[in-house]
Ligand binder design. Structure first.
Ligand code: TXA
Ligand code: MG
Length: 340
């Protein structure tokens, strides 16, 4: 299959919508990361998403809508808390897990009774949903296990020959995937993102729980709260380890490591590259979690492009959006972290 890349334009949106209505898969930009979209009511189309990504069959997809009126097509029950959150954060990077509408393609929920739904803030994404006329199931548009794509080039690198069309809507400004919040029982953050637990608490007026799986890999036999938690994610080919501590301790550690085992790379903050004795890729500014979120996935891909086999990362501060940055970095590092 030939894979075309087209800049967002009314014609390209119409072409994407035609493909989606005929059961094909199209990569679309969103404000978080690029998504691999298909008609959420078409089981064969949804199966094509899983095939294109090489995604495990038990990992459910997020459904994307363009207006609130479409929510009842996706969710069978909309509790007041969901309405409050939708009003506060949609369109935007918050996914709410709700009871699923039985008409959805079963594979969307991968056997669960629930569905994750969000309204993306990216204007191009909403244009495509409207033009297609149906809610779109869309996971991140990377091969399963690779870093999520934040640019059309990243999608092309992973999806060439696998899908007919990639819509290029520029760099994804948020850079990490949406916050996933379950409203079954105590509101629980299953995946941290740009919308922070504190912001959610402020809207709901009740405490929000963080899933324990955010800081440690779930035990092998445990049933995770969110199936995506059990898979290695966002991983560059390099063996990555987080070094938490200050810049001087980081520099000492990588210097010594590189003397003993040459070929070490650093994943650092902007401005630190030239002060390190090893090749370095920056992923954002120190103390600026939003810039780190925006740069992390492309920095991980850059490490691969430069052939890094071993890399050490500066540890981000974990507050607010930093919780999401730290979560993605921990997973990219297979939870390897050393205090220096
Ligand atoms: O920002 C985003 O959310 C992007 C863009 C394209 O919208 N999408 C995305 O999808 O990141 P994906 O499939 O890469 O991640 C979806 C995550 C997975 O960890 C999955 O396990 C979880 O959400 N999830 C989806 N539906 C769920 C459900 N019903 N219950 C619990 N977790 C769910
Ligand atoms: Mg993903």
């Amino acid at each position: 299959m030939k894979t075309q890349v087209k800049s967002l334009s009314p014609e390209a949106v119409d072409e994407a919508a035609d493909l989606l209505r005929s059961g094909q898969v199209v990569a679309i930009p969103t404000e978080t990361v690029y998504g691999l979209a298909a008609n959420a009511f078409d089981e064969a189309a949804v199966a094509r998403i899983f095939a294109a990504k090489g995604r495990p069959q038990d990992n459910p997809l997020i459904v994307h809508i363009a207006e609130l009126d479409a929510l009842p097509q996706v969710a069978a029950d909309i509790p007041p808390a969901a309405r409050l959150l939708a009003e506060a954060f949609w369109p935007g990077p918050l996914t709410i897990v709700l009871p699923r509408q039985p008409g959805l393609a079963p594979a969307v929920s991968a056997g669960l009774a629930t569905v994750g739904v969000r309204m993306p803030a990216h204007e191009g994404a909403r244009q495509v949903i409207r033009a297609a006329g149906v809610p779109l199931a869309a996971p991140s548009a990377n091969l399963s296990g690779s870093p999520s794509p934040t640019a059309a080039d990243h999608v092309l690198a992973d999806m060439t020959g696998r899908i007919p069309l990639i819509l290029d809507g520029g760099q994804s400004p948020v850079g990490v995937e949406s916050t996933v919040l379950s409203l079954a029982g105590v509101p629980t953050v299953l995946r941290p993102g740009f919308v922070t637990p504190q912001e959610i608490e402020d809207v709901l007026g009740e405490p929000v729980r963080l899933s324990p799986a955010l800081e440690a890999p779930p035990a092998e036999d445990a049933v995770p709260e969110s199936p995506g938690m059990k898979y290695q994610h966002y991983a560059p080919r390099a063996r990555l380890t987080i070094l938490s501590g200050d810049f001087d301790a980081f520099t000492d550690y990588v210097t010594l490591e590189n003397q003993q085992r040459p070929g070490v790379f650093a994943l650092c903050f902007e401005g630190e590259e030239k002060r390190l004795p090893v090749p370095a890729v920056a992923y954002g500014r120190e103390g600026d979690a939003a810039s780190q979120a925006a740069g992390l996935f492309s920095a991980l891909r850059e490490l691969d492009a430069r052939g890094a086999a071993v890399a050490y990362a500066r540890g981000p501060a974990a507050g607010g959006i930093g919780l999401a940055v730290r979560n993605r970095l921990l997973r990219a590092a297979g939870f390897r972290e050393i205090q220096v």
